[in-house]
Design a protein around this ligand. Structure first.
Ligand SMILES: Cc1cc2nc3c(=O)[nH]c(=O)nc-3n(C[C@H](O)[C@H](O)[C@H](O)COP(=O)(O)O)c2cc1C
Length: 188
């Protein structure tokens, strides 16, 4: 059984949620899945105080908000699945705030070393018109933090609402990615 943490960065329950449902279905049953809707969390942006850099044990972040609980979840997860729509060529502000705050786990004890991350993206524009910068950002951050980046599923251009929900092709592709992801997590 894998412990999967899904960080949902859309401000609504929309396209990215639908695609994420399919990816998780493709990963199969029996996993412990924790879905965190970031817009419902109180997570401040990084204040650049560098308390985390000066702290040798734990995250060492000076801020006391919902990120404290999320730090533990990020460390414990067998897979962190970041799910975000593209807003202005990148992930949403909600997602970016969490990414920046992850900096606290990359200092001191290096608590994300060896973690596994993957990405689900939906975008209104063409695949590498809308999503390429976000994908590259994750790749580089993972590389910087010794995190295993297991890949991304990008739906672009992503149809809205019923058109998306009724697309057997998009559903099949997302489930296939989920299946491959499960295999990659198992492989280690
Ligand atoms: C503020 C805003 C900015 C957006 N910027 C982009 C963009 O730069 N590139 C793109 O391809 N789509 C862009 N989109 C479209 C969304 O990425 C797309 O509709 C996505 O599927 C929405 O996902 P959601 O329903 O999960 O929120 C933008 C949408 C909004 C609301």
């Amino acid at each position: 059984m894998n412990n999967i943490l899904v960080l949902e960065g859309s401000p609504r329950k929309g396209n990215t949620s639908v695609v994420t449902d399919w990816v998780l279905a493709g990963m199969g049953k029996g996993n412990k899945v924790t879905r965190v809707k970031l817009c419902e969390q109180h997570i401040q942006p990084c204040q650049e105080c560098f308390t985390c850099t000066d702290t040798k044990k734990g995250a060492g972040c000076a801020q006391d908000d919902d990120m404290v609980e999320l730090y533990d979840k990020l460390i414990d997860a067998d897979l962190v699945l970041w799910a975000s729509p593209i807003f202005c060529w990148n992930v949403t502000a909600q997602t970016k705030a969490v990414l920046d705050r992850c900096f606290a786990l990359l200092t001191g004890e290096d608590l994300l070393k060896g973690s596994k991350w993957a990405l689900v993206i939906t975008a209104g524009g063409d695949a590498f018109d809308g999503a390429d910068l976000a994908v590259e950002m994750f790749r580089r951050l993972a590389d910087y933090g010794d995190i295993k980046y297991l890949g991304q599923h990008v739906v672009a251009p992503c149809p809205d609402g019923a058109k998306l929900k009724n697309s057997a092709v998009l559903q099949k592709q997302a489930k296939l990615f989920g299946k491959e992801l499960a295999a990659a997590v198992k492989k280690g």
